[in-house]
Every structure is written in structure tokens, then in C-alpha cells.
Design a protein around this ligand. Structure first.
Ligand code: MN
Ligand code: MN
Length: 281
């Protein structure tokens, strides 16, 4: 693990020992189109310095929580297979120590390692995959750990009864058919997410959020932008409408800050992470 050279996530609020930890997963060697996600964690931390720890949406403050930003894993130069193993080893160790992790990607390959670590620790979470893309290819560009295969690798680990996918608007016809056949795809309708979450109440849930689920007009700094996406305000309404869930960890991946010279994508990513923390931690 490397000490973060950038500020801590909302440094004013954090560095209190507790159940929840933030970990940076700076890795983009498995990106299929445009890289830059390796800079995600450091730019989210920088952007977090510009936002408040208090959320008027949630009426909660990060200052009231016990959270720690643990820096970044040293994975930037690894192959995707080695990065997955390195992330999995860290997640297993922290999970056995009863820590819940908030992962900041990095491309979606990072989530394969995260879920592997939880499974290796004996926890088979229900994975809620929120993304513009299905990510169900068995491999992509000869890499089974490609970010385009993230959901497929997770499916292999947890099984079709423990994977739910929502928000997808891009993928091969056969990916959509496969997901419908398995029953993993819950569509794009907000009501469907709410129905699904009501069904999952009490289950240990891991959320993996690919930021390209958001509309590129609002959040352009992602490697594979897709028009027709979620708006930040819609996301807040979705969060507000969820029942109480047993969240065992989550990650927010695919921010490529170098692709957005305005810097707004990093600020929105920091606010998304704040809202997820204040909703679930
Ligand atoms: Mn995606
Ligand atoms: Mn993805």
C-alpha cells in the first residue's frame, strides 16, 4: 500500500478509526477504450476538498461518522490479473478484520478483486451492479479481467442468484439476452430498482457503481461515455427511495479525470461517494 500523496477524502471529516474505510484502487491497464482511471482516486480526493462534509440531501454530516481514508493500493503498474489478486488479498484481510470498504477506482476490473476478496473471506455478497454497460463479455481483447468482463467474473464468483444489474443501456445483444436468461438484469426503470431493493432487504449487499451510468452531459470524465444516462438529481431521488439495506461495501469506478478538463466529473464523483456513505455507512 502507498501513502496517498494527495489530500485525504474530505480530510476535515475523516481519519477516525471505525468500521468503514476508504481505499484507492488506481488501475486502468484493463480499460478497453480510453485510460486515465488510474488518476481517479487522487482527483476525487482533491475534488472532495471543494465540497462540504454536510449533505443537505441526506441531512447528515461525514464529521459524525467514523471513517478512515487508507490511501491507495500499489497496483498502478500491475497486469489486470495481478491487480485483481492484490486487491482481493487486501479486501480479504480487511474483511476478516470486520472492516467495510469503500473502493475508489480505477477501472471496473478493480471490482473483480473487491468481490473476490469478500468471497475469499467467506462472505458471498449479493452484488448490485449499476452501470451503463452489461460488462458480461467472457473476455475482451483476450483479457478475462478486462473492465468489459467485470460483471461476468463477478457472476462466476457469486452465481446468478447473487448478481443484480440495473441501469444498462449498452452491450452486445447476446449480453442482454444472457442477462435476461439468468434473471440478473433488472432494467433501467427507477421503480424496478426500488422493487429489487425491497426484495434484497436483510441480504449482505455489495454495490459496484460504474460512473458511466451517469449522463456524459453531466459527468463526461469516463472512459466509455454513453448518452441517455442518469442525472445526479435522479440518483439522489433513487437513494432517498431505497429501503434500509445491509450494505457490506461499495465501490465507485471508472472516473477518468483527464478526460474532463472542466473538473466537474471529479466533484460529482466525490459528492456521489459522500451521498453513498451518508446513506449506507
Ligand atoms: Mn460502464
Ligand atoms: Mn463497467
Amino acid at each position: 500500500m502507498t501513502e496517498s500523496s494527495s489530500p485525504l477524502f474530505l480530510s476535515c471529516a475523516l481519519q477516525k478509526q471505525g468500521d468503514w474505510e476508504i481505499i484507492g484502487l488506481p488501475f486502468d491497464n484493463a480499460s478497453s477504450y480510453r485510460g486515465g482511471a488510474r488518476f481517479g482516486p487522487s482527483q476525487i480526493r482533491l475534488a472532495s476538498d471543494s465540497i462540504e462534509s454536510y449533505s443537505p440531501y441526506a441531512d447528515r454530516d461525514l464529521d459524525d461518522l467514523h471513517l478512515c481514508d487508507c490511501g491507495d493500493l500499489d497496483i498502478v503498474s500491475l497486469s489486470s490479473a495481478d491487480a485483481v489478486e492484490s486487491i482481493a488479498a487486501y479486501y480479504m484481510q480487511q474483511s476478516l478484520a470486520k472492516k467495510k470498504l469503500i473502493g475508489m477506482g480505477g477501472d471496473h476490473t478493480a471490482s473483480i478483486g473487491a468481490v473476490k476478496g469478500l468471497c475469499d473471506a467467506g462472505l458471498r455478497p449479493v452484488v448490485l451492479h449499476l452501470d451503463a454497460h452489461m460488462d458480461l463479455r467472457d473476455s475482451y481483447l483476450d483479457d478475462p479481467n478486462s473492465h468489459a468482463s467485470a460483471a461476468k467474473r463477478i457472476l462466476d464468483m457469486v452465481g446468478p442468484d447473487h448478481l443484480y444489474q440495473w441501469g444498462m443501456r449498452s452491450g452486445e445483444r447476446k449480453e442482454f439476452e444472457f442477462a435476461k436468461e439468468l434473471g440478473t438484469y433488472a432494467g433501467r426503470d427507477p421503480d424496478a430498482l426500488s422493487v429489487l431493493c425491497n426484495k434484497l432487504q436483510g441480504e449482505p449487499i455489495y454495490i459496484t457503481l460504474d460512473l458511466d451510468i451517469f449522463d456524459p452531459a453531466e459527468l463526461p470524465g469516463v472512459g466509455n461515455p454513453e448518452p441517455g444516462g442518469l442525472r445526479f438529481i435522479e440518483f439522489l431521488h433513487l437513494l432517498k427511495g431505497l429501503p434500509e439495506l445491509n450494505i457490506v461495501g461499495f465501490d465507485v469506478v471508472e472516473l477518468s479525470p483527464t478526460l474532463d478538463v472542466s473538473g466537474r466529473s471529479s466533484v460529482i464523483a466525490a459528492e456521489i461517494i459522500r451521498e453513498l456513505i451518508l446513506t449506507f455507512a
